[in-house]
Design a protein around this ligand. Sequence first.
Ligand SMILES: Cc1cc2nc3c(=O)[nH]c(=O)nc-3n(C[C@H](O)[C@H](O)[C@H](O)COP(=O)(O)OP(=O)(O)OC[C@H]3O[C@@H](n4cnc5c(N)ncnc54)[C@H](O)[C@@H]3O)c2cc1C
Length: 410
Amino acid sequence: MDFTDSPEEAAYRAKARAWLEQNAPAFASTAPSGPLEDDESAADMARAKGWQAKKASAGYAQITWPKEWGGGGGTPIESVIFSQEEAKFGVAAGYFAIGLGMCVPTVMAFANDEVKNRFVGPALRGEEIWCQLFSEPSGGSDVAAARTRAVRDGDDWIVNGQKVWTSGAHYSDFGIVVVRTDPDVPKHKGLTMFWLDMKSPGIEVRPIHQMSGGRNFNEVYFTDVRIPDSQRLGAVGDGWKVSLVTLMNERLAVGGGTGLDYSVIMKLARELQTENGSALSEQSFREKLADWYVQSEGLKYTRFRTMTALSRGQTPGPESSIGKIIAANQLQDLANSAVELEDQFGIIDDPAVAPLKAAFQSGLLSAPGLRIAGGTDEILKNIIAERVLGLPGDIRVDKDVPFKDMPTGR
Ligand SMILES: Cc1cc2nc3c(=O)[nH]c(=O)nc-3n(C[C@H](O)[C@H](O)[C@H](O)COP(=O)(O)OP(=O)(O)OC[C@H]3O[C@@H](n4cnc5c(N)ncnc54)[C@H](O)[C@@H]3O)c2cc1C
């Protein structure tokens, strides 16, 4: 395992930092974190689009993409280094993560040149946003259980059904959708993937209001939506294989640290006074602090392992699932303890008043979602058990049953 940058990596980091220092501050958000009002959202989106365009003009938008597609032609380790440096400047990138991290790479892998020429550039420059329409009420962890039905009608497919938890559907221009085209074959074999215009007639996007006050994801209803066959990604019936390309990119994109760790809560505890003096002097708190410290060190070295693999030109293995499961659970635990430490003031979640701009209050409300998105704790444990530890696979009783014969509970 390498703990330091190689000379080339150090030079790249210095160059990236110098560029960021010159360009990023103009796009940094000064608003406190937390649920945004509509006018703040519009300003935030405009700032994020401006920053994305700026990065694209310098080859920093998608560092690993080939230059012919507007990328930087760089290596995965350069991309990680740039992200580490960029994270210090308070610039927003979240609006484009799903599109550039998952949807557009899928389009690039399966669409023809005409489609790629039309869509890759605008997505890279932040002019158009994409969303991922996979999860359904009856299929989240098990994407292959999708029930949204597409029936062929001449050159089109007619789509009816419902997707759910679609992040950013309300501001997205385009999406990729996985639908059932053949219910007579086992579930993994009857799916097909398409790209679609989110303004197509028959699509209705309904926001889901979260306990944090945010509205980041949606239900998306399809009523007789026509999708031309020319928008198909991959062969008819190959939707599962195509979605694996998307999900592989998702597992790589999700994960890493949350920004809140033992050092942040330690600082808070030092400043908070209890009946017995500083909260930091309480034995039960100190024991938890030791656990968080051990977890943080473990996370750090797991990240080094991933960085080392990238630095050597290798693909990180399934051990990156460990990072996400630990980070999301630790965030929930830390945030719970911090809010408890703040006692009756813990209930104040106004970023303008609460300590650390209410970072722990917002962490408390977002951590459960983080434990679900991009693979739930249980699914990640299955991955670690099967692919890292080599334990026997999960029992899959419905593998060879025609989809239409699977019990639905209705
Ligand atoms: C913040 C957020 C953003 C999201 N954004 C998107 C998006 O943009 N697009 C999209 O398509 N989806 C999105 N999702 C949906 C997400 O992918 C699903 O919620 C997730 O895959 C879990 O699916 P589910 O909610 O249907 O739960 P289920 O799959 O129904 O799981 C229910 C429970 O059963 C457990 N379970 C399921 N299968 C197994 C198993 N084999 N072994 C052991 N336990 C199991 C799960 O761990 C969970 O505890 C998002 C979710 C969140 C929270």
